[in-house]
Design a protein around this ligand. Structure first.
Ligand code: PEP
Ligand code: MG
Length: 810
């Protein structure tokens, strides 16, 4: 060995110091033990491999030991560690898996021995390594099970043969080293994942801490020192009652809109992550349901099941997982799918669907929170709390001590969102859709008037005084209403009016009963239909109607067939683009065009009649032909059920809504065809007065006491009476105390309304005389303006000492 080649053999520097080589009889055993000892340190792969090469050269007494590792695709070999070759070549020298003697080892998967490597036909020379000085070559495959991970090479300057014992020993070592590589790679990938998770969490938290649009609005609107000045904020009443206290602002822990687009190259791990988050969300929902168990009726508890069902919904999960397979990280996939649902529901329009959208967002944010491993915030503490938020989740509402919760004010949300339904069940005054809720600051004094849909912020002394008085009276009045809960709505001179409830969701049934409704005067079946992902089949509908009937315990239920319209299209129906949707494809027109689906509903309603007294009601009839067509389909449905031997009510009373002016003009003729009329003033007023019922701009023109409206009602009532048929009203006018006198006077048999108003209207009717009401109606239907009508009604009620009641509930 020349002096120059001696210096070419590099001295090892750095790395851990191996045990000093000892002149022992069993060098093999020591070698194996030394390498085994490195197993525990295998978390730094490069350093460990370097150490191994050093030990091997020392123990075997060879000049060079190098380790080449295959890349993740198994295509290229790279020099990872060496003792004996030039250190600067480490990480740089790389060759194809078929190149050189090293490649031969990979191909044969066997040790390759070359006493004079330089003359071997497969030799490939890398000048960077300085290996021209080394003649003998022994390469061994390093494999884990069937997978080759790399090649262990020893080289020596002298031409030498490698004895079998040495080859065997190095083979064992190669297997040991493979084990070290596997272990280090596992740890490495865990570390990378953990690092990715940490990065991701940090990015998410940063994104979440960025203010939402609502918070930005809040910041803009509250850039003023001190408390908000006195403000009156209007919204929609979602739960009645009066509450006052201090504002507590609620912010979601995470928001979907804060998520930025992230990608993944490990979809399996992301899917696993998603599934864990879904599972935790379900556990949380179940725990929440249990927590509020004794405070809620069975029907309202079902809200939690709806959320759970969505978390278990195969289509929902598959959609997210498909996005993940397409390369999106779990949070981005969740955001995309959830927002897709929300957008469809919001675009479909209508209050009910918008409210379902809020539920879906709530569910998405719950899963997102679990994806991020964040806990829910603990509920606010303190007395007389008024929760103020953009939107509240179910948990937000359930986490507060209800004895201290006096009211809720929401910027978004609708009256039929699940949170609003719960607020109603908990009897917490709630106002939703308060556009400027963002001005309210933490600690502001707030009065929530859930009857009027108004929130007062830092009210003046006079408002506080007024509301304290009102609150006292309201409580006393409610006690009084409870006393008449089981009494009929009967005038002083013995005329009875049936008071029914308008319902949509199953949860309304309990509310109806609590307020003493004698029947369901209007079951809007389109409302539950909006919550399904497709048209419910006959059995599903039957089960639904049966639940309502069972809950009503033998009281009559008026089931209205689908009344789909521009404000209530289910997400599974194609939305037509129309210039005048309220004059277009809606209600009974849709049902008649989709006769097969319509007949499924008719059959389900007829069959439900076996489980309790049912009346069937057809919406938006505008001609006799239409009514006859509907009745014809009803007859067909009955014949089919008869043939199939299915039980149904063959004598089910048939009614129609009078809500189109044409029906008023044809009332005499139409009355011959039905058992009852139900006047739908919500639509009748908009069609009679040409005023869109949902357009705020023309809201002041929407006048129930318009003489034209009163005369249309009187005409309809008379036609029904002449034909000996019953006539009721289910539009909102039926719950307006100022209108009660006239409605009584025209001879309506029934009034159906939002359950909350049943006791109020009952109280009013019980203090009126039917004869007086009749003569007053005679008089006001002659008046020419709404103003005169109202003036006359106000003064009559004042004389009767009922004016406060009207003011309180109007
Ligand atoms: C009405 O039009 O008065 C009515 C009760 O029907 P809806 O409000 O469901 O259209
Ligand atoms: Mg209507």
């Amino acid at each position: 060995m020349s002096e120059s080649s001696k210096t070419a053999v590099k001295k090892q520097t750095g790395g851990r110091v191996p045990p000093e080589p000892q002149p022992v009889q069993q060098p093999e055993l020591h070698l194996l033990e030394d390498i085994d000892a490195l197993f525990s340190q295998a978390h730094d792969l490069r350093g460990t491999l370097q150490e191994i090469t050093k030990i091997i050269t020392q123990r075997i007494g060879t000049d060079v030991c190098s380790l080449y590792l295959l890349d993740s695709k198994g295509e290229r070999l790279t020099l990872w560690a060496t003792t004996g070759l030039d250190q600067t070549a480490v990480g740089k020298v790389s060759l194809d898996k078929h190149e050189g003697l090293t490649g031969l080892v990979i191909e044969t998967r066997e040790p390759v021995v070359a006493p004079d490597a330089m003359t071997h036909e497969r030799n490939k020379y890398f000048p960077e390594t300085g290996e021209e000085r080394f003649h003998s070559f022994l390469g061994l495959p390093m494999s884990d099970k069937d997978k080759i991970l790399g090649v262990l090479i020893v080289q020596s300057r002298s031409r030498r043969r490698f004895p079998q014992t040495e080859v065997r020993l190095l083979r064992t070592i190669a297997t040991q080293v493979a084990g070290i590589i596997v272990q280090a790679r596992v740890q490495d990938s865990l570390k990378t994942k953990e690092r990715e998770r940490q990065d991701y969490r940090a990015r998410m938290l940063a994104a979440i801490q960025r203010p939402s649009a609502y918070e930005r609005r809040r910041a803009q609107q509250t850039q003023r020192p001190g408390r908000a000045s006195r403000l009156r904020l209007t919204g929609i009443s979602a739960s009645p009652g009066i509450g006052s206290g201090q504002a507590h602002l609620v912010h979601p822990v995470v928001r979907l809109d804060a998520i930025e687009e992230h990608h993944t190259n490990n979809p399996d791990a992301e899917i696993q992550h998603l599934r864990t988050a879904l599972m935790r969300s379900i556990q949380e929902i179940n725990a929440l349901k249990e927590r509020v168990q004794e405070r809620l009726p069975e029907i309202d508890r079902a809200i939690f099941d709806v959320h759970r069902m969505m978390l278990e919904d195969v289509a929902f999960i598959e959609k997210i997982e498909t996005q993940i397979q397409d390369g999106y990280a779990a949070d981005t996939a969740l955001k995309k799918v959830t927002e897709g649902y929300v957008e469809t529901l919001e675009r479909a329009g209508g209050e009910h669907l918008r409210d379902r959208a809020a539920d879906v967002r709530d569910i998405g944010q719950r899963v997102l929170r679990h994806l991020l491993g964040l806990e829910e915030k603990s509920g606010p503490q303190g007395e007389n709390l008024i929760l103020v938020a953009d939107d509240l989740s179910l948990s937000d509402l359930c986490r507060v001590d209800h004895r201290q919760l006096k009211g809720v004010v929401l910027a978004n949300g609708g009256a039929t969102s699940h949170t609003s339904i719960l607020a109603k069940s908990f009897e917490i005054p709630t106002v939703v859709g308060v556009e400027h809720a963002a001005v309210i600051q933490q600690g502001d004094a707030v009065i929530v008037d859930g009857n009027a849909g108004v929130a007062y912020v830092n009210p003046g002394a006079e408002i506080v005084r007024e509301y304290s008085r009102f609150d006292r009276e309201y409580r006393a009045f409610n006690r009084n209403l409870e006393e008449i809960h089981d009494l009929p709505a009967e005038t002083r001179d013995g005329v009875r009016i049936a008071l029914g409830a308008n319902i949509g969701l199953l949860s309304d049934v309990d509310f109806a009963k609590r307020h003493g409704a004698e029947n369901v005067g209007l079951y809007r079946t389109e409302v539950p239909f909006l919550t399904y992902s497709d048209f419910p089949d006959e059995e599903t509908q039957l089960a639904l109607y049966q639940r309502v009937l069972t809950s009503m315990e033998g009281k009559p239920v008026t089931i209205r067939t689908l009344d789909l319209g521009p404000d209530k299209y289910p997400p599974y129906m194609k939305l037509p683009q129309e210039d005048n949707p309220f004059l277009g494809w809606r209600s009974i027109r849709i049902s008649l065009e989709m006769a097969d689906l319509f007949k499924v509903q008719l059959r389900a309603i007829l069959r439900a009649g076996v489980h309790g007294p049912v009346r069937i009601l057809f919406p938006m009839i505008s001609s006799a032909e239409e009514l006859l067509q509907v009745k014809n389909l009803l007859t067909q449905a009955k014949d089919e059920l008869q043939r199939e031997g299915k039980l149904f009510d063959p004598l089910m009373p048939v009614g129609m809504m009078v809500e189109v002016p044409a029906a008023v003009w044809l009332a005499d003729r139409l009355a011959q065809e039905v058992d009852f009329f139900s006047i739908g003033t919500n639509d009748l007023i908009q069609y009679l007065l040409a005023v869109d019922r949902n357009n705020r701009k023309v809201a002041s023109l929407y006048e129930p006491l318009h003489p034209a409206v009163l005369n249309a009602i009187a005409t309809t009532a008379r036609a029904a009476q002449h034909a000996g048929k019953r006539v009721s009203m289910c539009g909102e006018m039926a719950s307006d105390p100022l209108c009660t006198l006239v409605l009584l006077g025209v001879g309506l048999d029934e009034l159906s309304m939002e359950p909350f108003f049943v006791p109020v209207i009952k109280r009013l009717i019980r203090s009126l005389s039917y004869t007086d009401a009749q003569s007053l109606t005679q008089e006001v239907t002659q008046l020419g303006t709404a103003r005169e009508v109202k003036g006359r009604l106000f003064s009559t009620l004042k004389d009767l000492g009922m004016i406060e009641l009207v003011e309180m509930y109007r």
